[in-house]
Structures are given as C-alpha cells and as structure tokens.
Design a protein around this ligand. Structure first.
Ligand code: G1P
Length: 357
C-alpha cells in the first residue's frame, strides 16, 4: 500500500494567506496541515508516500517535508502543475503507484481518527475503492454518496443540486490501480476538472465494489479561514499540550498551554488555555491570550487581547484592542496608532483581505 498526498491547488478561498504560500502549509495548532496527513499515513503503516505538487509552493513544501526521513517515511515528489482536478492529480501518481493499491489523502484535510480503519477494511476485501464518508449540513458543496439499506454504495455524485443523502466523501480514499483506467475515460466536469468522485462512480458502473466508512470523529477541509480556526480549536481540544517554556512569577496561566522551550509568558500577562505558543514568542504584560489561540514562532504580544485566533508567526501585536476569530498571516503586525489626529484606523491590507471593525 502506497500513499499519495495531494498538495497542489490554488487555495483561492484562503486568500490573501495563500498569495504567498500553499494552503497545505497553513498551521493548525502551530503545525502545518500537511504534517497531520503524513502522521496519519505513518500510523496506518503507509511509509512510501508520493507528494503531488501543483505550481504553487513547490519549494516550500519540499523544504518542509524533505525526503521524509524526519518523519520516518520515504517521500517522492510528483509534479502535477496546473490544478485540473483531483482525478488528474491521482493520475499523475500512476508511475509512482505502479501495481500497488494506494491511499490518497487531500493535503488540506485533517481528521482526528486517522486512516488506519479505512486502509485495513479495504485490505480485508476485494474492492475497487474505499471511501470515507461523513454527514454534512451542506451536501451541495461536496461529493455525495448514496447508499442502500445494507450500507452498500449505489451512486456517487459530485456537488449535486439535489443531494440524495448528506453523506459527503471526505478527503481520504483507497484505490486499487483499476482507478487509473477509470481516470483515463473521464471528461472534465462543469468546473473544468477531472473529478475523483466521477472516477469512483465509473468503477462502480464497471462492477467494482466500493468499501465505505462513516467517520464519526471530526474532520475538517481547511479550505476557508473559518475552517482553519475550527480545525485549530478541535486540535487544541484533543492534543496533549506541554508547557516547556518560561512562565514568570506574576503571569496568570490556566488551562492547558503548549509553550515552546524558548517562549516566555511575562509577569503581568494572562493566558487561558487551550493555547499553543511557538518558539521565540514573548507574551508581555497587559496581554490576554484566550482559549483556542495559536501564536506562531517569533512573535511578540503586548497589551493586546486575543482569543480563538491563529497567528501564523513573526508578528508584532501591540495594539490595546481585542482580536477575536482571526487568522493573521506571517509577518502581520497590529500596532496602536501614535497620532491622535486624524482619528481612525490605519490599515495596510492585502488583496482579498477581510476586516470586521
Ligand atoms: C473535493 C472533492 C469532493 C469532496 C471534498 C472533500 O471538493 O471534489 O468530492 O467531498 O473535496 O473536502 P473541493 O474541495 O475540490 O470542492
């Protein structure tokens, strides 16, 4: 069993964050989303992993993952180039996969139960594909599976107008190499992409059985800023957090806090977990860091109140205001204006930013 990790795509729904980097490297609880997938592969015993790269962020992704040795896995890079769909990306992995079965994992997805059950169940039967499903509130936005009373998959439809069920295909799939034949026959969908959902439907029509699992733990497609915040909240809730850094006398700290060894919470600061604070961060007097916040490396916070937010890193947050439900890109600063006049907020805001003042 090999692994194919998809790390292409444009990340348009995460702009402006993705103007300067790939969506798969946005951190959740101070760890790039992509690393969660690598850990899930490893846990399921899948150590030969092909990472499919798009045009965006190839260098950054290769710099992070390297040859995989730091995770005890073996990584091969595959270039997809233009994002022509998930089935196109899978097709690019054909030479890497050879005659093996493979698990495909969308690199911007994160789930708490891992992929071991999905892989084992597929291996225990004779299937063309194995899919993971979860009930969603907005089935029009996903690939949807129809199942009969015995739980057998009877139809798969990508983003249906009139969904037969609310069971969405989530971003993890297992395939036999038969899928490559199905991909060869695909026509682009209305959005101009080769859809993996259509490839699985075609396997079904060719008489292959499809194994399916309803995943009960949480799963998040981190496509939008609010998804990053929710994934951050879910991971902080679930993970053991270790306070290795310095908490000065006079700092008020409660709840679970991950504090990197080189990070400091100074006298007069208040931090309420669950919170993750990365390396070389200083939380100074007058600052309040509230639950479900991750502060990325090399940041300084002073006076500010922040909660339920993700700060990617290298930020100076020194304004005496409240920041909630926010995603701040690398090197974003939030400072107080020194001048009293003209009164107002002074902004340098990138394309596609969203401010709620
Ligand atoms: C893709 C798939 C869809 C699946 C979803 C899971 O959608 O096409 O079938 O349900 O991922 O996140 P996209 O993110 O491309 O809209």
């Amino acid at each position: 069993m090999k692994g194919v990790l998809l790390a292409g795509g444009t990340g348009s729904r995460l702009r402006p964050i993705t103007h300067t980097g790939p969506k798969q490297l946005v951190p959740v609880a101070n760890k790039p989303v992509l690393e969660y997938a690598i850990e899930d592969f490893k846990e399921a015993g899948v150590t030969q992993i092909g990472v499919v790269l798009g045009n965006k962020g190839r260098k950054e992704i290769q710099e992070l993952l390297g040859d995989g040795s730091k995770y005890d896995v073996d990584i091969t890079y595959i270039i997809q180039g233009e994002p022509l769909g998930l089935a196109h990306a899978a097709g690019c992995a054909r030479d890497f996969v050879g005659d093996d079965d493979f698990v495909m994992y969308l690199g911007d997805n994160i789930l708490n139960s891992g992929i071991t059950d999905l892989v084992e169940s597929f291996q225990n039967g004779e299937y063309g594909a194995g899919i993971a499903l979860q009930k969603v509130d907005n089935p029009q936005a996903f690939g949807i599976a129809d199942v009969d009373e015995a739980g057998n998959v009877t139809e798969l439809i990508e983003k249906p107008d009139d969904p037969p069920t609310n069971l969405a295909l989530i971003g993890m799939y297992v395939f036999s190499p038969a899928v490559f034949g199905a991909i060869d026959e695909l026509e682009p969908s209305w959005r101009g992409e080769l859809e993996i959902t259509d490839a699985i439907q075609s396997l079904l029509e060719d008489g292959y059985e499809i194994d399916s699992h309803v995943v009960t733990g949480w799963w998040k497609d981190t496509g939008k800023p609010e998804d990053i915040l929710e994934a951050n909240r879910l991971v902080l809730e679930d993970t053991e957090l270790d306070t290795a850094g310095t908490v000065e006398d006079g700092a008020e700290v409660d709840g679970r806090i991950e504090l990197a060894e080189s990070a400091t919470i100074e006298d007069g600061a208040v931090v309420r977990g669950p919170v993750s604070i990365a390396a070389d961060v200083t939380i100074k007097a007058g600052t309040y860091v509230g639950p479900y916040t991750s502060i990325g490396a090399d940041s300084t916070l002073e006076n500010i109140h922040i909660e339920n937010s993700v700060v990617i890193g290298e930020s100076e947050l020194t304004a005496s205001g409240r920041i909630v439900d926010s995603l701040l890109g690398r090197n974003a600063d939030v400072e107080s204006a020194d001048e009293l006049l003209p009164e107002g907020r002074r902004l340098v805001v990138g394309e596609n930013s969203q401010l709620k003042l």
